[in-house]
Write a protein that binds this ligand. Sequence first.
Ligand code: ADP
Ligand code: MG
Length: 250
Amino acid sequence: MNTTQTDNNAIITIDDMHKWYGDFHVLKNINLTVTRGERIVICGPSGSGKSTLIRCINRLEEHQRGSIIVDGIELTNDLKNIEKIRAEVGMVFQHFNLFPHLTILENLTLGPIWVRKTPKKEAEATAMYYLEKVRIAEQAKKYPGQLSGGQQQRVAIARSLCMKPNVMLFDEPTSALDPEMVKEVLDVMISLARDGMTMLVVSHEMGFAKSVAHRVLFMDGGEILEENEPHAFFTAPQHERTKLFLSQIL
Ligand code: ADP
Ligand code: MG
């Protein structure tokens, strides 16, 4: 592992990274540096590799060429790194993946108690703190099935925060929600942004991108085709494929 060449302020450094699924070259020459406190929105057509990229960053998927360094830890086949990475990087999915047979509070304390060995009382206090933050503390004793989709997604965000991550990855966190629930989830993400969280968000919510992103990346065919600060990205896209994509979603 060589961290001397990395920017000290970088929390994620991806260098000439490639990934294949069998023969299929899904990610091509990915270069991306994310600095602490930076917020990046990733957009692009379905199948362009957005989820795969996000999943490589917390090692849900392996890459085959190039390097990914997260907070000084290089992601390699060395299994010892995995727990450290999972602690470092929080992840929120399109489908909330809460345990249906556990209460909201138990969903939040499971990881800290079993993975982090946090005492139960302390884990519960932390859980309640983050449930307050996502404005859902009064639901702590309920089960996921008793909550709306938007509420469940806020719980999923709180659950990630309980592990005290330094980076949060979001993969289309609002795309499975009914329209009236999108805003309550985006509001929680906006407040997280205001707290200075480093965030990588796969999303087509352009209002969100405009208000919180420092940079927007456009992916197509497994490559980062274009990136810019949001205003320039939306008003003056460079690439024909970006223009086409934006014309379809805006
Ligand atoms: P996006 O999130 O941008 O829609 P994905 O990263 O999910 O794209 O997928 C990129 C491409 O990789 C797609 O063509 C998809 O079918 C393919 N793919 C995704 N996961 C797998 C897998 N586990 N095995 C083989 N191909 C996959
Ligand atoms: Mg996806």
